[in-house]
Design a protein around this ligand. Structure first.
Ligand code: PLP
Length: 391
């Protein structure tokens, strides 16, 4: 049996043709495909502006910096996320605070966010601060509630939507919340890493309805340099650097792949949704399913990950090892960020009950658009073998 990864990219002949065309063109980086990709992204997500860049991490860094985050700032992030959500705040030398998540979904817990915000001093509230909910695993974070809390305390809000392009959810108010739509957040960020819904090799984007934020992100993406004069000016060559930015540019090669992949995003979402529903249907029939909790199937979930949660402590680690020996690769998303030595050295020992409970049992089993039903059946069968051996 071949190896079944927890996630992988899907590359079509059209994807390859798009890249090949750029290979023979005049521009390998920052040519017309970058602009085209930005146009296609803003139209797909229904936002005013998309600024593409070299990774999801770069997108977070650009979004925070463009929102005004700096040394004196504070950023609040959920404890269950990838390091990048918090690291990009540290790139700006900002302070980081972790808030708790739901033990069932791993999504930011608005009650814990409210408590974190209550503890922020009036002096700190004078600065530019940010809340960064993560639409973890493909489920939309409680954006409406987070945004109300952020507004109440004068914080900006950046959604980390790396896991959730195309995700939507009914909000308690009856409105339909869409991930990365600019409805509640100042900006949202995407990642185009190969394990994500669409890939560029590496890549990311900042999506926003704010012209000011987009302009700043675009400038910072390329050293903070901009061209003050148009082509008709006597010195059109002139460029100026107003502030310190980075080289976070996406190449035309990557943008061409991104454009081609974006055309397939609706199909990818449909495949992921159907596979997630099938996992649930097949697993809940099995007696061994008593040993773990399954994620709720909610129609708007974008299903980046299918995270099961083992009920008995220690089982998750045994399952990871057992499955790996049988060519089924799984992952743990995530170790709570405060447990990493870098953050523990900085912030001391933190343990948040929701994040700890989620972390203890969580295991992401293989899910990607082209996962075949026979490979999916294999994953289910091996899970059954695991439970029979260790229960
Ligand atoms: C939630 C989250 N945010 C940010 C990132 C960073 O994205 P990239 O790997 O494209 O830098 C990732 C990547 O895994 C992620 O999962």
């Amino acid at each position: 049996m071949g190896l079944i990864p927890y996630s992988r990219q899907s590359i079509s002949d059209d994807d390859v043709t798009s890249i090949n065309r750029v290979m023979r063109s005049d521009f390998l980086t920052q040519g017309p495909r970058v602009k085209d990709f930005e146009k296609e992204l803003s139209s797909w997500f229904g936002v005013e502006h998309a600024v593409v860049c070299s990774s999801g991490t770069a997108a977070l860094h650009l979004a925070y910096a463009a929102a005004g985050v700096k040394e004196e700032s504070l950023g609040i992030v959920p404890a269950i996320t990838f390091s990048a959500t918090a690291n990009a705040l540290k790139y700006q030398s900002a302070k980081v605070a972790f808030c708790d998540v739901s033990p069932e979904t791993g999504l930011i817990d608005p009650e814990s966010l409210g408590q974190c915000l209550e503890q922020v001093s009036d002096e700190q509230k004078e600065k530019t601060n940010v809340v960064a909910p993560v639409s973890f695993a493909g489920s939309v974070a409680p954006l409406e509630k987070c945004s109300a809390l952020a507004n109440e305390h004068g914080f900006a809000m950046i959604e980390d939507a790396s896991h959730s392009p195309g995700a939507w959810k009914e909000e308690p108010s009856g409105s339909k919340a869409k991930s990365a739509s600019g409805q509640w957040e100042d900006a949202a960020t995407l990642s185009f890493h190969p394990v994500k819904h669409i890939c560029c090799g590496e890549g990311g984007a900042v999506l926003t309805n704010s012209g000011k934020l987009a302009e700043s992100a675009e400038k910072l993406r390329s050293h903070g340099i901009y061209r003050p004069f148009g082509e008709t000016h006597e010195t059109p060559w002139r460029y100026e650097q107003e502030e310190l930015g980075w080289n976070y540019r996406l190449t035309d090669l990557q943008a061409a792949l991104g454009i081609s992949q974006l055309k397939r995003l609706d199909g990818f979402l449909a495949q992921r949704r159907s596979l997630a529903a099938r996992y649930r249907e097949c697993l809940k029939e099995k007696p061994f399913c008593d040993h773990f909790e399954l994620p709720e199937v909610d129609p708007g979930n974008a299903w980046h990950l299918f995270v099961i949660r083992f009920k008995q402590e220690g089982r998750r680690d045994l399952a990871h090892k057992f499955l790996k020996e049988r060519n089924v690769l799984t992952q743990v998303h995530y170790v709570p960020l405060y447990r990493h030595p870098y953050f523990e050295r900085m912030m001391g020992k933190i343990r948040l009950p929701g994040a700890e409970s989620f972390f203890k049992g969580c295991l992401s089993i293989p899910l990607y658009a082209q996962l075949s039903e026979s490979d999916q059946d294999q994953v289910i069968e091996e899970l059954g073998h695991f439970v029979n051996q260790f229960a």
